[in-house]
Design a protein around this ligand. Structure first.
Ligand code: ADP
Length: 628
């Protein structure tokens, strides 16, 4: 929802997953269909891939010409009558042809490699683009339910890992298959017995390789699971460094980090120890084709059924077949790597898309209506149990209730971060599901608890509310949101990058930037999920003042965590355990609702304790005797 003012809710807490449990999850992943997915992302570079393939095939066949040249030279020399001069014409001719073919081979290979690398990078870019687009078209809630660590693993690391195998596999796999077949056929046409002799040691090498590969693949999942674990521990360690230091947890947090790294290292060494002997043995056995070819060739030569030239040629071909066969063995590893990466990417590529209608819905006014809404984040764990709410156009309505009662969830459902399981949410008489997200976004400013600033300067962040706003409009919004005073403190003022400012600003100040953004946007509905973190009364008063400026003449839904801020609401709904248990004005609820009364007492106690007096802190909403 690009124009919704604020980032949504904090992501669901990441579950602590051990590498072993991640490994189990990985083993259950269906890796079928990865090739289809990969090819669907290759459509932009199909032409280039065909060119790369063609050049590669021509390159390997040009590479065979020198073998033929050498055969002709040996043959010419060996069959020349003993009393005649050496056949220099033939020698020079075939040397020139072989050299030219070698140069052509290298040029074709370079052209193939360039096209293959461009294709591989195009596929990588399409995959990353595809994930970004899918995240954008999924509901905000679904997108945010994925952890940053998992997303970074796939989008940055896993996809990057497939570049080299992909770039080489695109042209080389089929070229090498063809080459191996062509050499085998060539040897058979010379003498089938030599072909058998040539293949004598290959099956042994290939068997050992297949055996070793099975163990290698089995442990590959474990390797990836540990790599993911290290990544998420690193992200957690870096993101949480402030908390870690504040609670003096550096030693235990560092231990978790170093344990993950050590476990990853130990596993990788074990993996290599287990799989390397067979790989090394296979690599040692595969090139030994001459073991069979030389003795059989000598016998056939002595018997008179093989010319010296053919003998030399078969020896060379026996050596030449080794490279493509070894390549084919190795490319199974590459395919495995690619299949894992694409399977991981599919998790994001297959995120459910939020269904949006094409045309805009007819909206009249800005009243919000929730009708018997039920919702669960996870199947079987309903958190909203049939809530109905009426928020008339231009009214100020507050939701209060204990922590975890479902207030923020209701706000997110109004902003369609998720779709309701049953019931409906409507704005201006139209179901939010019947509006394109752009229309919903234009109707609403959602200012959430998380004080998230996007990359860019502070001015850019405010301008997100109305990209074509004039400087004067930005200044007025910033002033109404009480931002000018703290922004002028920053050496670069409004040109301070948000990241840099993030460290210099308090949570309340960051939220005021978001409120300025919402003021500039001027949407008819304001959903304000009040932050809990602003213990400092001065900051809180300023926030309330900014919200009062923001909500002039609008429909205002406030998720209140501090009751003093909403005492003047037109209607207060008390939410408990995912249900509305009472509704009314502040005075009515004090009289009729025990839960509200208890919360109010607790609030007064906490407030007077914080202020060091018995007075209730005055709400900025209350300044004019009304919220607006
Ligand atoms: P409140 O705003 O009243 O504190 P919430 O609406 O945030 O409550 O949470 C209501 C319930 O939903 C709680 O039990 C909470 O643990 C759960 N919940 C909130 N966000 C998520 C989420 N992203 N994934 C799963 N459960 C969640």
């Amino acid at each position: 929802m690009e124009a919704v003012v604020q980032q949504g809710p904090p992501t669901a807490p990441e579950k602590e997953e051990s590498p072993a449990s991640q490994e189990k999850v990985r083993q259950k992943k269906d890796t079928r269909g990865w090739l289809k997915t990969l090819l669907s992302f290759a459509s932009r570079c199909r032409g280039r891939m065909v060119v790369a393939e063609l050049f590669s095939i021509l390159s390997v066949f040009s590479g065979l010409v020198p073998y033929y040249g050498a055969y002709r030279i040996i043959d010419a020399v060996a069959t020349a009558p003993s009393n005649s001069a050496a056949p220099w014409d033939a020698v020079l001719f075939w040397t020139a042809v072989s050299a030219a073919a070698y140069v052509v081979k290298q040029l074709l290979f370079a052209a193939s490699t360039i096209n293959a690398h461009v294709s591989a990078y195009t596929i990588l870019a399409s995959l990353r683009d595809g994930i970004a687009k899918r995240l954008a078209s999924a509901s905000l809630g679904t997108a945010q339910s994925k952890s940053i660590g998992a997303l970074k693993n796939v989008v940055v690391d896993r996809i990057e890992q497939i570049e080299i195998p992909l770039a080489h596999m695109i042209p080389e796999l089929s070229a090498n298959v063809l080459l191996a077949v062509a050499i085998a056929v060539w040897v058979i046409t010379i003498d089938w017995r030599l072909a058998l002799a040539c293949l004598a040691t290959l099956p042994i090498g290939l068997l050992i390789m297949a055996f070793g590969s099975a163990g290698y693949y089995k442990m590959y999942g474990g390797y990836l699971a540990r790599q993911d674990h290290v990544n998420s521990v690193v992200v957690e360690y870096v993101e949480g460094i402030r908390v870690v230091k504040a609670f003096n947890q550096t030693t235990s947090s560092y231990r978790k980090y170093s344990d993950a790294v050590r476990d990853f290292m130990d596993f990788t060494i074990k993996w290599m120890r287990t799989s390397r002997p067979s790989t090394a043995s296979a690599m040692a056995i595969l090139p030994t084709t001459l073991f069979g070819v030389v003795p059989v060739g000598v016998l056939l030569y002595l018997e008179g059924s093989l010319t010296p030239g053919e003998f030399g040629l078969v020896c060379m071909l026996a050596l030449a077949i080794v490279t493509p066969v070894m390549y084919l063995g190795m490319s199974f590893n590459d395919m495995n790597l690619i299949s894992y990466a694409i399977t991981d990417a599919q998790e994001f590529l297959n995120l459910p898309v939020l269904v949006q209608p094409e045309g805009e819905a007819k909206v009249e006014g800005s009243a919000i209506h929730l009708d018997n809404v039920r919702f669960s984040y996870e199947e079987g764990a309903e958190v909203i149990h049939g809530i109905s709410l009426d928020i008339p156009s231009g009214s100020f309505v507050a939701l209060v209730g204990p922590s975890g009662s479902g207030k923020s969830t209701l706000a997110r459902l109004v902003a369609r971060h998720w779709d309701v399981d049953s019931g409906s949410v409507s704005i201006g008489g139209a179901d939010v599901r019947d509006m394109p997200l752009a229309q919903l976004s234009s109707l609403m400013s959602y200012v959430s608890q998380s004080d998230y600033l996007l990359d860019g300067t502070l001015r850019d962040n405010v301008l997100l509310g109305k990209p074509n706003a004039t400087d004067e409009e930005v200044r007025a919004a910033a002033e109404a949101a009480s931002c000018e005073e703290f922004v002028s403190r920053l050496p670069k003022g409004w040109d301070t990058p948000a990241g840099e400012a993030g460290h210099a600003l308090s949570g309340g100040e960051r939220q005021r930037i978001c409120i300025a953004r919402a003021i500039l946007k001027d949407a008819p509905v304001i959903v304000f999920d009040e932050a809990t973190a602003f213990a400092d009364p001065e900051n809180e008063a300023r926030i309330q003042k900014s919200v009062a400026a923001l909500s002039q003449g609008k429909t205002l839904l406030v998720i209140a965590h501090r009751l003093s801020t909403i005492v003047h609401a037109d209607v207060i709904y008390v939410v408990d355990g995912g249900q509305v248990v009472a509704q009314g004005t502040h005075a009515q609820l004090l009289e009729n609702c025990t839960l509200y009364r208890d919360m109010w007492q607790a609030h007064i106690g906490a407030a007077s304790w914080a202020a060091g007096s018995g007075d209730v802190p005055e709400s900025a909403f209350a300044e004019g005797g009304d919220a607006r």
